[in-house]
Design a protein around this ligand. Structure first.
Ligand code: DAH
Length: 346
């Protein structure tokens, strides 16, 4: 009897120290302690050797032990089941029943959407895309565009120069692509040049050190200001809707003569006045003009035979009016909550 009680105690402390690792260990435990030839069963067969007056006491101890061994088994089993959803996999801390990580779908950047739409609209008018380098030389960014050294208009564009070579700079406008195209191509020329430009500006809601422009250039025989006006009017109608209104204001750009800036009626307030249109009802969206004869001559294009118009617009501004984005910094912060809101309008 004492021997049996001693044995039961030993088994108890053994069970107390078991940490079954995985389904196999759990099953081994079940077979060893609770199986048909297991320890609990064997202890019950010892009952026949226990004196009659001790049978009741021993029976109780044995039942206790059986319950203890079974309850440990059940709790290990349910812990394993919670671990893998089936109760068959090891409970090694991994929850295999969790759903997989979703792969979020990306979205087009609003600048890309608007750029593509601009390219698409002008594409229908026969304009093809031309590109140029973002690191430019002085000639293509300034001098060829009728902006010689010390020309005051250079100050309008705070330029980033490349340290190693003062002749190199980050292009301040996409007009540099005009110069590159006229260098290589003879009229008729009909191009649109979207791209990134850089200016040394303090970053704020209204200014950034980089932004995007689209240049347009059309050079052929008999190109007139009426063509310029009609082309740009068609563009804004396609971009903003048929009811959009435009106005031209005389302006100055060294590479065009005459020059004009084009406004549209404010898409945010509809013309009644708001912060975006500075309570005027009009928003400037581009600079434009007839290509300066000197520019044509710079590239060996006969200015008596050919004329052309050019324009340059900020893509962020078009985007602001289309999607009501009032802070330029949002475009480059890569916040997915901002980026996933835009869908293509084309
Ligand atoms: N390059 C000018 C700017 O960045 C925009 C511009 C104005 C481009 C008139 C043109 C143009 O082609 O004709 O402010």
């Amino acid at each position: 009897m004492d021997e049996l009680l001693q044995q039961i105690e030993t088994y108890r402390s053994e069970i107390g120290s078991i940490v079954p690792n995985g389904a196999e260990a759990l099953e081994a435990y079940r077979i060893r302690f609770l199986g048909t030839k297991g320890i609990v069963k064997n202890l019950f067969t010892e009952m026949k050797n226990v004196p009659a007056d001790k049978k009741k006491e021993f029976g109780q101890i044995l039942n206790d032990f059986k319950q203890f061994a079974e309850s440990r088994y059940e709790s290990w089993k349910s812990a394993a089941r919670a671990g893998d959803g089936t109760g068959t996999a090891p409970s090694d801390g991994k929850d295999l029943s969790l759903p997989g990580d979703p792969l979020p779908l990306g979205a087009h950047h609003p600048i890309s959407l608007v750029r593509d739409q601009i390219v698409h609209i002008f594409g229908r008018l026969g304009f093809s895309v031309a590109e140029g380098p973002e690191i430019e030389d002085d000639w293509h960014n300034f001098t060829a565009l009728n902006l010689p050294e010390n020309h005051p208009a250079r100050d309008m564009q705070d330029t980033f120069y490349i340290h190693q070579n003062p002749d190199w700079l980050l292009r301040t406008h996409t007009s540099s692509v005009q110069a590159r195209v006229m260098e290589q191509q003879k009229p008729p020329i009909r191009i649109i040049c979207p791209g990134r430009v850089y200016r040394n500006e303090t970053i704020s809601a209204r200014a950034h050190c980089f932004f995007h422009q689209t240049e347009g250039l059309y050079v052929d025989e008999d190109v007139s200001f009426a063509d310029l006006k009609q082309t740009l009017y068609f563009f804004v109608q396609e971009m903003f809707g048929k009811e959009v209104r435009i106005r031209f204001r005389p302006s100055y750009f060294p590479f065009t003569e005459p020059s004009a800036e084009m406004d549209i009626n404010c898409r945010i307030c509809g013309g009644s006045g708001c912060a975006v249109c500075k309570h005027t009802g009009w928003v400037e969206i581009l600079g434009s003009g007839m290509v300066h004869p000197k520019m044509l001559e710079n590239f060996g294009i006969d200015s008596n035979k050919y004329t052309g118009f050019a324009f340059g617009m900020g893509i962020e501004r078009i985007c602001q009016l289309k999607y009501r984005i009032n802070d330029l910094r949002l475009y480059s912060q890569n916040d997915v909550r901002f980026l996933k809101q835009f869908t293509s309008a084309t």
